[in-house]
Design a protein around this ligand. Structure first.
Ligand SMILES: Nc1ncnc2c1ncn2[C@@H]1O[C@H](COP(=O)(O)OP(=O)(O)OP(=O)(O)O)[C@@H](O)[C@H]1O
Length: 367
C-alpha cells in the first residue's frame, strides 16, 4: 500500500508518507494517542484525509487508488472491501453467533474459494458456539466470532485494531494462536495495530512505528525492535527488548526445553508440546533479563550464556542503570545492568562478554 496522507485531528497532525508492502502481517505500532486508529479509519474510508494519496497494491499486482486529493478520487467504504475489526467486538447482541456470521456472509458479494463459511467456522473453532447468544460468550470467544464475521465479508485487506487489548492474559493466550494461523490459512494481508511487543513478535514480520502522528521507522520487525530505543518505540525503559529470529534445533522432552539456534548461538527455552524441530521462532528478550559475565559460567543455573561483543554503552546518569548494546554474531542484543556492575566489570567497547539469560525469563507460551 502506498500511504501519503495528512489529517488534522484536534491537536494531532497526522502526516504519514510510507510505502507499505503488505505481505502477511504488518504491525502498526506506537504509544496511545499517536494516531494508529485514526490512520486505519482513513484507510477504510470511514474518515477522509485533508490531503494526499492512498493507493492499495496487493502482492498479486492488483492496484486501486482509494483516495487522491489532487484528482478528487475518494472511493466509498464498501468498494474498498476492507475488513476492520475494532478493539471491542461490536457483535449484534440480539443475534446468535450463527446470526452474526450469516449477516456478514449474506451481505458479501465476492466469492472466493479460499474462504468458505465452513472454513472460517472451522478455523476459528466456532461450530459448538453457533447457537449461543453473543452475551453468553467469553471475551476470547467474542473476539473469535468478531474475527470470523470480519473474514466472512471477504476483505482484500484486514485491519485489526488492538484485537487483544480488552482481554486478560488467559483469553489472549486463547486467541493468539488463531491470529497466528490467519495469514497462511486465508492469505489475506493484515495490518495489525498494537502497542504490545509480545504480539508484535509473535504475529508480524514488518513494523511501521508511529509517534505523534508521524512515521518513526519502518522495516523488519526483529531489526526495528532490536535497534530502536524505548523512546523511539514509545515504550517504558523497562520494556526495551531485543527480538531474535531463530530455528528450533532440538526438543528435550524429558526436561521440556527447546534448543534454538540464533546466528549459530544456542538458546534453551521452556517449551510447549506443539514445538517441533525445524520450526522458526522469534525470541523476545527483555534487556532487563540479560546479565553479563566476563567468562562462560560453568557452575551456574543459568542455561543461556552466549558470546557477544560490546558495541555501545549508554549510562543513564539519573538512574542506577546502564544499557549495553551487544553484537551476537551479527544479531543485536540489549542488556540492562546497573552502573555499579558496569564499573566493577570494567566493561569497554569491543570487549568480548557472555550474555546470560535465565530460561525461566521466557514464558512457555512462546513456543
Ligand atoms: N475526529 C477527531 N477529532 C479530534 N481529535 C481526534 C479525532 N480523532 C482522533 N483524534 C485525536 O487524535 C489522537 C490520535 O487518536 P487515535 O485514536 O488515532 O490514537 P491511537 O494511536 O489509536 O491510540 P490508542 O492506542 O489509545 O487507541 C488522539 O489525541 C485523539 O484524541
Amino acid at each position: 500500500m502506498s500511504l501519503n496522507i495528512k489529517k488534522q485531528l484536534g491537536d494531532l497532525k497526522l502526516d504519514v508518507n510510507q510505502e507499505l508492502p503488505i505481505e502477511n502481517v504488518v504491525a502498526l505500532f506506537g504509544p496511545s494517542g499517536c494516531g494508529k486508529s485514526s490512520l486505519l479509519r482513513l484507510i477504510t474510508g470511514l474518515d477522509t484525509p485533508d490531503s494526499g494519496r492512498l493507493e492499495y497494491k496487493s502482492a498479486s499486482g492488483e492496484s486501486l487508488i482509494f483516495f487522491d486529493s489532487s484528482s478528487g478520487v475518494n472511493i466509498p467504504v464498501h468498494q474498498r472491501r476492507i475488513g476492520y475489526m475494532f478493539q471491542e467486538d461490536r457483535l449484534f447482541p440480539h443475534l446468535s453467533v450463527l446470526g452474526n456470521l450469516e449477516y456478514a456472509h449474506k451481505r458479501n458479494q465476492v466469492s472466493t474459494e479460499a474462504l468458505t463459511f465452513d472454513d472460517v467456522v472451522d478455523a476459528l473453532q466456532l461450530s459448538s458456539l453457533l447457537n449461543r447468544k453473543t452475551v453468553q460468550l467469553s471475551g476470547g470467544e467474542k473476539q473469535r466470532v468478531a474475527l470470523a464475521r470480519t473474514l466472512l465479508t471477504r476483505p482484500r485487506l484486514l485491519l485489526l485494531d488492538e484485537p487483544l487489548s480488552g482481554l486478560d492474559y488467559d483469553r489472549k493466550r486463547e486467541v493468539l494462536p488463531f491470529l497466528e494461523q490467519l495469514p497462511t490459512l486465508f492469505k489475506i494481508p493484515i495490518v495489525y495495530v498494537t502497542h504490545d511487543l509480545d504480539e508484535v513478535s509473535r504475529l508480524t514480520k514488518q513494523i511501521l512505528v508511529l509517534s505523534e502522528g508521524k512515521r518513526v521507522a519502518f522495516g523488519a520487525t526483529a531489526s526495528i525492535i532490536s535497534s530502536l530505543t524505548s523512546e523511539q518505540l514509545g515504550i517504558e525503559k523497562q520494556e526495551e527488548s531485543s527480538l531474535l529470529d531463530g530455528v528450533i534445533s532440538k526438543i528435550d522432552e524429558v526436561f521440556m526445553l527447546a534448543h534454538i539456534l540464533v546466528q549459530n548461538r544456542e538458546f534453551i527455552l521452556p517449551t510447549a508440546s506443539t514445538a517441533k524441530p525445524g520450526q522458526s521462532i522469534s525470541l523476545l528478550i527483555k534487556a532487563r533479563d540479560v546479565g553479563i559475565s566476563l567468562s562462560k559460567p560453568t557452575d551456574s543455573s543459568i542455561r543461556n550464556s552466549v558470546e557477544c561483543v560490546v558495541t555501545e554503552i549508554l549510562e543513564e546518569e539519573s538512574t542506577p542503570f546502564a544499557q549495553l548494546n551487544l553484537d551476537m554474531n551479527g544479531a543485536s542484543l540489549k542488556s540492562r545492568i546497573t552502573r555499579a556492575s558496569l564499573k566493577e566489570l570494567k566493561l569497554a567497547l569491543g570487549q568480548k562478554v557472555f550474555a546470560l539469560i535465565k530460561s525461566a525469563s521466557f514464558e512457555p507460551r512462546f513456543l
